[in-house]
Design a protein around this ligand. Structure first.
Ligand SMILES: Nc1ncnc2c1ncn2[C@@H]1O[C@H](COP(=O)(O)OP(=O)(O)OP(=O)(O)O)[C@@H](O)[C@H]1O
Ligand SMILES: [Mg+2]
Length: 420
């Protein structure tokens, strides 16, 4: 079982956890994956100058330093969609997304093994409750794709666990009495929930099905919050919602692609470039279009998305946040307002609330019966979301877990259970 690990391949961040040979059964720990840190940002950068691939923080740094190449983030969002069979091109080389995904998962395995000092042959991978909303087939395809990649990079035995169940196992390793707990894992790509009965004396049980009252989830996460904040506060500077000379609106698809992490590279195709040149000739506000074209020419789409994400994260602590967009031409300074951000994501927060209400109904549990809400995932930092979920269960105690580590730790515990 010491050759088994838990792999949390996240939309934004990934971790690898394990239970070392001499550790107690609840003693999982996360392995250091980059610069001594347990998270590896789920980012791949193909550097076309040196023909080299880098990962994580190093990948972000390489891109920001201006090397010619392609940055890929949010690769998990491609699973279960037709985009997974696509590719991006740079310097005359085709980079298939599926291959990049496999390289990233292989890197997670290698780095985890290096830190643990042994080979991992078995892994429990986390998965959202739904990779894809409303399509069983696409959802299964997403898991099958991930499983195929896990085998291809050398895991002999692969199993899956719902991410919000893994987080429950992590929380359970820290409690001293029985509780009915709502696990809320709000990540980069998905919001996942489970309603579980947790108790120290139940940890050792092989079969926990009776303790899982319900699971639920929706494909809404931090990358969507970035997208809608970008569309409301930044994309208008580049001509979003401005008009053409004939009074029709400029097609919004360019802006949607640029505001969505996993489709940014679609803006860099020749076809888009040609279309935009036509659009720009007809634009009522050509300066804005010129800015958009320049941004695309400079492959600065990810830079802009990172700026928006930074601003979003800062809005969790501040009512307003200055954002300096110095790489736009001309440069621009905007002030993000929390109230505007909340307006922009209100429809998403509403959908997450509905998901929680449905889960309680599915379980046949009244809100007063829930003892604790356990928050994990980076996007549980969004105030509005946390308050609204909390308000659905006013009596429950609110506990904040390790926002970036709970799933990986819990998957490691599950790996012991599944592979020993
Ligand atoms: N303080 C904060 N406030 C709001 N959002 C935050 C904060 N810190 C991080 N985030 C957001 O959290 C997200 C990443 O969270 P996390 O690492 O839990 O996701 P993930 O596990 O990679 O995604 P998923 O589980 O959905 O596949 C990003 O969208 C990031 O911008
Ligand atoms: Mg996650």
């Amino acid at each position: 079982m010491a050759n088994a690990c838990g792999v949390d391949f996240g939309t934004s961040n990934s971790t690898v956890g394990w239970v070392a040979p001499q550790a107690p059964a609840n003693g999982s720990r996360l392995l250091a994956l980059e610069d001594g840190k347990p998270t590896l940002p789920s980012v791949v950068f193909f550097n076309a100058d040196d023909d080299e691939v880098s990962y994580g923080r190093a990948a972000l740094a390489g891109y920001l330093a201006g090397y010619d190449g392609r940055l890929m983030r949010s690769l998990k969002s491609l699973l279960g969609t037709s985009l997974i069979d696509g590719q991006t091109e740079v310097g005359g080389r085709a980079l298939p997304f599926r291959l990049l995904l496999a390289q990233f998962i292989g890197e997670l395995k290698r780095r985890g093994e290096l830190a643990a000092g042994r080979e991992f042959t078995s892994a429990v991978f986390g998965r959202p409750v739904f990779f894809i909303d409303d399509s069983k087939e696409a959802d299964q395809l997403a898991q099958d794709t991930l499983e195929g990649i896990a085998h291809a990079v050398g895991f002999k035995h692969v199993d899956f666990q719902f991410e919000p169940i893994a987080a429950a196992f992590d929380y359970e390793s820290q409690i001293s009495s029985e509780q009915l707990v709502l696990i809320a894992d709000i990540g980069g790509g998905t919001s996942d929930f489970s309603l579980v009965r947790l108790a120290p004396e139940r940890i050792a049980r092989a079969d926990r099905r009776d303790d899982i009252l319900a699971t639920g989830g929706v494909h809404i996460g931090g990358t969507d919050f970035d997208k809608y904040l970008s569309l409301s506060s930044v994309m208008p500077l580049l001509g979003y919602q401005s008009l053409l000379n004939n009074n029709s609106a400029i097609p919004s698809s360019y802006y949607f692609n640029l505001a969505t992490w996993h489709t940014i590279n679609l803006a860099y195709t020749k076809k888009t470039w040609t279309q935009l040149a036509d659009v720009a000739r007809d634009a009522r506000e050509p300066a804005k279009l010129a800015r958009l074209q320049r941004l695309i020419d400079e492959r600065a789409g990810h830079w802009l998305a990172m700026k928006v994400e930074e601003g979003k994260i800062a809005l969790s602590a501040e009512q307003q946040v200055p954002l300096s967009l110095e790489r736009l031409s001309p440069p621009e300074h905007v002030v993000l307002q929390r109230a505007e951000f909340e307006d922009a994501i209100a429809h998403l927060v509403g959908a997450v609330e509905q998901t929680v209400l449905k889960l309680l109904t599915d379980a046949g549990v009244g809100p007063d019966a829930v003892d604790t809400v356990f928050f994990t995932g980076g996007s549980s930092g969004v105030r509005m979301l946390r308050e609204r979920i909390g308000a659905l269960l006013p009596q429950a105690r609110k506990v904040e877990g390790d926002l970036f580590g709970s799933i990986g730790s819990g998957l490691a515990l599950d790996a012991v259970r599944k592979f020993s």
